[in-house]
Design a binder for this molecule. Structure first.
Ligand code: NAP
Length: 305
């Protein structure tokens, strides 16, 4: 079994920042990422609120820089899916390997929440999408709907407007949750319109999306709305199923930590979007990662005394 001082699970902003700090502490560190390094932020084209980049920065560029910085410090980065973690013995199991560590940082992030309505599963990849940045070009001059009312909807509706002929934002309340600056931009975009106090109850289509059924929550009436694409942005669920019953979590599966990112299992730390906190942004995912790596370093140093 390969042994490391520190194993980091997840290669988004939190995991990569933890890797940077661990590398600078000269910990022998392995970062395991199941998809592409960079994480969920790569589903957005640019990030506008990361300090130091007036006008925004490409997410591919920013995350590529974080990856290179960690690698320059000797952190090993591999692509495997972690299937389970033995917290007491700090053994990390993937499909092909087992790794032993002195300390573990969980930075497994979150995945898009599903609506769980008829048609959604069958038509995913055939008009139903959770990533406008990935799929918007397929909807050139087509009518699409986007579900939700948060910052992600605002940013992705604006991105979609470069391609689609019209974007209807379907939101379950009368007020959007998105920050005021993003709401102003949506209002100014003449391709974007709003269907408020409404939910999508079904996605219709044979081999591709042809329409959605929209329910007006005030009148209770349902009606068909023809469209070629359904983009769903209703928040995220933590990627913590592989840790079920091993660490204390809230009812949604977000890991509970203290201010040092310590979980309820000694020597296991959690950072970024997989943990319960007030604000889910790249900037504080990075902050979490730095704290987690510092805590892991201190935990290992104390053990060696
Ligand atoms: P979010 O802020 O949690 O918003 C989710 C939206 O989906 C809410 O408007 C919510 O409605 C709605 N919703 C939830 N469940 C629903 C359901 N079952 N049916 C219909 N609508 C449902 O999620 P997000 O916009 O994806 O953003 C996630 C996090 O990333 C947030 O912390 C956000 O601030 C952050 N983010 C930040 C930026 C940025 O700062 N530039 C960009 C993107 C994302 P209600 O409003 O009624 O609850």
């Amino acid at each position: 079994m390969l042994s490391y001082d520190l194993v980091i699970i997840g290669g988004g902003p939190a995991g990569l920042t933890a890797a940077l700090y661990a590398g600078r502490s000269r910990l022998n560190t392995l970062l395991i990422e199941k998809m592409s390094v960079g994480g969920r932020i790569l589903m957005s084209e640019t990030i506008e609120n990361y300090p130091g980049f007036p006008g925004g920065v490409s997410t591919v560029e920013l995350m590529g820089r974080m990856e290179n910085q960690a690698k320059e410090l000797g952190v090993s980065i591999i692509s495997e899916e972690v299937l389970s973690l033995d917290c007491a013995n700090k053994i990390i199991n993937t499909a092909n390997n087992n790794y032993q560590a002195q300390s573990v940082i969980i930075a497994s992030g979150a995945r898009p929440r599903r609506l769980n309505i008829p048609g959604e599963g069958q038509l995913t990849g055939r008009g139903v999408s959770y990533c406008a940045t990935c799929d918007a070009p397929f909807f050139k001059d087509k009518k699409v709907v986007i579900v939700g009312g948060g910052n992600a909807v605002a940013e992705e509706a604006m991105y979609l407007s470069r391609f689609a002929s019209s974007i209807s934002v379907i939101h379950r309340r009368s007020d959007l949750r998105a920050s005021p600056i993003l709401q102003e931009r949506m209002q100014q975009n003449n391709k974007i319109s709003f269907i408020l106090n409404s939910v999508v109850t079904q996605v219709k289509g044979v081999n591709k999306v042809e329409a959605v059924i929209i329910k007006d929550l005030l009148s209770g009436k349902e009606s068909d709305f023809a469209c070629a694409g359904v983009f769903i942005y209703i928040g995220y669920e933590p990627e913590t199923l592989f840790l079920k019953n091993k660490l204390k979590m809230d009812e949604s599966g977000f890991i509970l930590t203290d201010e040092n990112m310590a979980t309820t299992s000694e020597g296991i730390f959690a950072c970024g979007d997989c943990r319960k906190k007030a604000l889910y942004q790249v900037i504080n995912a990075c902050g979490d990662g730095a704290v987690a790596a510092d805590s892991a370093y201190k935990f290992i140093a104390n053990k060696e005394k």
